[in-house]
Design a protein around this ligand. Sequence first.
Ligand SMILES: NC(=O)c1ccc[n+]([C@@H]2O[C@H](COP(=O)([O-])OP(=O)(O)OC[C@H]3O[C@@H](n4cnc5c(N)ncnc54)[C@H](O)[C@@H]3O)[C@@H](O)[C@H]2O)c1
Length: 371
Amino acid sequence: MTGEVTPGEVAPEGDHADGKHASHAARTHVVTHLPGDGVGPEVTDVARACVDAVAARHDFHIDWRSCPLGGRHYLQTGEVLPDATLEELRKSDAILLGAVGTPEVPPGVLERGLLLRLRSELDLYVNLRPSKLRAGVAAAVGKHELSDLDFVIVRENTEGLYAGAGGSVHRGTEFEVATEESLNTWAGVRRCVRYASRLAASRSGRLTLVHKTNVLTHAGDLWFRIAREVAAEDGVELSYAHVDAACLWMVDDPKRFDVIVTDNLFGDIISDLGAALTGGLGYAPSGNLNPDRTGPSIFEPVHGSAPDIAGLGLANPAGAVLSAGLMLSHLGEEAAAADLDAAVSAVLAAGAPASTALWREQLLAELGVAR
Ligand SMILES: NC(=O)c1ccc[n+]([C@@H]2O[C@H](COP(=O)([O-])OP(=O)(O)OC[C@H]3O[C@@H](n4cnc5c(N)ncnc54)[C@H](O)[C@@H]3O)[C@@H](O)[C@H]2O)c1
């Protein structure tokens, strides 16, 4: 477990337990570990150990920093995301996040003040959520061949209904009005679709736009026109699915999908369905990406802080480890990322471990690290 650090600070940790000194490694990446609350520290500690194991194997070094932000920190200090901490976070090459949230913190404080603010300040305009069925995982629904279910959802991450536009008047009276507005800018939609289209070009060449163009005609028209234009420019085959039909097909016929691009709200919802189809929230990784690399990207498991199982040693770290794999891939360490992915698959194929400690032991054994 990462030790306590001075409130709000991003603290260096020096050389890590892999015993490899930075000066001996060919490459160094600065990564801030933001463990957060509940099971966040438990699952990201496993991910860190795995990252250090593959770093040693592939001749690079992670210069770990640590940052205590989250629900517990907020309750102790009143800090959500101090400006000075944000400036420190900007200096990292990447951020590995557990999950934030404790039952005592009112809804919205951390979501808006920390998570959404980080996405906006660091311009993390793509949320990447792969869904891949692996041998040894019982899918919640459907009877699929492993190769049937391997798609990636590219969710727009800074606009739509999560942009914070809206308000309420006459609160607490019978005349109360509450509005949430979906913001969709030409540039914001286009850069997200461009990322998805290039990702599709690097995979099967197939891109699906998921929206609700028949009802949300204004935003839908903008998304549709941009998707058609960008896909044509990149030579990618574009298909379209209404979000309700997409949910049905993800269950009934998932091989229709390879790369899906969609807006913030639809992406949030359908990626949880993707997680359910591939074993549950514990298995689902994500990356909040700044594809232009003007700031660090954030990698985190899709699940939350799971206060119901925190401290019991039962948390599944697979989503965190796979998120760390996405991080290594983003940092250019493709071979190391592939090793992490293969280690998770190998452990699962032998039967999913029943505890976080067993996961750690079996993953490290797969990665060639003796206990
Ligand atoms: N990005 C984030 O930091 C993030 C995301 C979602 C929720 N949250 C926060 O997390 C807290 C709990 O939220 P919730 O209960 O709605 O969602 P959750 O994802 O924490 O838990 C939902 C269910 O899934 C189980 N679960 C989650 N992760 C697991 C894992 N790794 N292994 C095994 N089981 C796992 C939990 O035990 C629980 O039954 C809230 O404070 C919420 O705001 C944070």
